[in-house]
Ligand binder design. Structure first.
Ligand SMILES: NC(=O)c1ccc[n+]([C@@H]2O[C@H](COP(=O)([O-])OP(=O)(O)OC[C@H]3O[C@@H](n4cnc5c(N)ncnc54)[C@H](O)[C@@H]3O)[C@@H](O)[C@H]2O)c1
Length: 423
């Protein structure tokens, strides 16, 4: 079978790379800069190695003509939300239109992008049928196989995460299942139908979002009750069925976005998803809560906030990942910057050129940070887990405050004159 992967981001590149170990794969993207980098063996997302990118079986292309004579299309383009938190399916529609121009009898089109239940058949399928003049299940088949990769996580990888597969007919399901099982060692799960697979993906992230929201709400309550959240969680975790979630910042383009896809669909059918939206509201409000806390504490100290020098450790949306899209640490930066003297940003994972280009921010070397009044640790990158109290004292004034949002600060620092505030 000739296989093409459309969209070579965090997901598509890993899928294409895995399949290219077995055969040639057409790797299609509209971003020419990304393609040039991949051709040189450079994946700025840091997920695929240079050797894998250059092994010769991946045919990187932005030329639509290369999508001719393909039997099996995999679409993995972004599915973001707009400024009103509504699904933005424009890239998915665009990719579907592209594929529709080359679709021929016997082909299978599998979507990997996260969507709301029903989107593949209600939005993508009509585009494929209209553009190709072909009919589903008579001429071609449809599949949906959501992705569970976790950027920055080297233990849960494309190969060892079980993959859900689904299709518009049994024969296509067998083929899709075989394709994925040839590269996913953990195997596959055959969902009842496409809608079920779409719903499964979107609730995985919704559940995670809600669990974190609950702990964030508890963390805010415990501040008022003068109780240490991490100590409470440590104690409660000794019960066999207590779920081990930590307070934190939910950003990026999956956990903080996917629930909105589900709530959009819920509202479309007249259902009011109260719990899901409450969780979203709490998690979205965390940067404001943190900045308000900083403001309040500095005011209590009797020092003008506008004279404060701040070090912000971590700007990407999550640990060990270079992605700055929908980054909550970045939101904290934007909220705090107008109120303080200066904020120095440092991050060992971010792509410095991208941070400069997109946000006009300089990524400082950790060793070049001055002693600040306020140090915010916004990410638990593996480098930050290794920070000693000495390292932190060197970048924080003796009477300063460290805002430890990811519980990485070692306990002995708490004995020093530096105040440590944990989320
Ligand atoms: N990143 C993750 O951790 C993750 C995990 C599971 C699921 N997902 C889902 O997978 C999908 C893809 O996410 P991602 O993180 O890989 O996105 P991404 O932003 O990293 O990359 C998407 C790529 O698609 C390309 N693209 C956009 N429109 C295109 C088009 N019309 N034709 C061809 N290429 C096009 C972009 O240039 C980009 O290179 C999304 O629906 C996302 O929610 C992501």
């Amino acid at each position: 079978m000739n296989i093409a992967v459309i969209g070579l981001g965090y997901v598509g590149l890993q899928v294409a790379s895995a399949l290219s170990k077995l055969q040639n794969v057409v790797a299609f993207d509209i971003d020419k800069k990304r393609l040039e980098e991949l051709k040189l063996g450079k994946d700025i997302s840091g997920e695929v190695t240079q050797d894998d990118l250059l092994q010769g079986t991946l045919h990187y292309t932005a030329d639509e003509q290369d999508l001719k004579n393909i039997d099996f299309y995999i679409i993995a383009v972004p599915t973001p939300i707009d400024s009103d938190n509504n699904p933005d399916l424009s890239l998915l529609e665009q990719a579907s239109r592209t594929v529709s121009r080359y679709l021929s009898v016997g082909n299978i089109v599998v979507y990997e992008s996260t969507v709301y239940p029903g989107a593949t058949e209600e939005v993508c399928l009509p585009i494929l049928e209209k553009g190709s003049g072909l009919k589903l299940n008579t001429d071609f088949s449809l599949g949906y196989s959501p992705e569970r990769i976790n950027p920055g996580d080297k233990s849960h990888t494309f190969k060892n995460i079980k993959k859900i597969v689904s299709a518009s007919n049994e024969k296509a399901l067998d083929i899709i299942d075989n394709v994925y099982r040839s590269v996913v060692e953990a195997g596959t799960f055959r969902a009842k139908d496409i809608k079920t697979a779409e719903a499964a993906k979107v609730i995985e992230n919704t559940q995670r979002d809600l669990n974190i929201a609950l702990i964030n709400e508890l963390a805010m309550l415990f501040k008022d009750l003068d109780i240490e959240t991490n100590e409470v969680l440590e104690a409660a975790s000794t019960k066999w069925n207590f779920l081990d979630f930590k307070p934190g910042l939910v950003g990026g383009h999956c956990v903080g976005v996917d629930p909105y896809y589900l709530t959009h669909k819920a509202k479309e059918v007249g259902f009011n998803p109260e719990v899901i939206l409450s969780g979203r509201k709490i998690n979205d409000s965390m940067p404001v809560f943190i900045v308000n806390t900083i403001e309040k504490q500095v005011r209590e100290m009797g020092v003008p906030l506008e004279e404060m020098v701040v070090n912000l450790l971590g700007i990407t949306f999550k640990e060990n990942c270079p992605d700055i899209r929908n980054s909550k640490p970045l939101e904290i930066f934007n909220l705090l910057q107008p109120k303080v003297k200066v904020i120095h940003v440092t991050d060992p994972c971010v792509v410095s050129e991208e941070l400069k280009l997109k946000n006009n921010l300089v990524n400082k070397d950790f060793n070049d940070l001055p002693k600040a009044d306020i140090t915010i640790i916004a990410n638990n990158h593996k480098q930050y887990l290794e920070l000693t109290s000495q390292d932190l004292m060197e970048i924080t004034k003796p009477k300063g405050i460290i805002y430890d949002l990811k519980n990485v600060v070692v306990k002995d620092l708490i004995q020093s004159s530096v105040k440590v505030w944990k989320l």
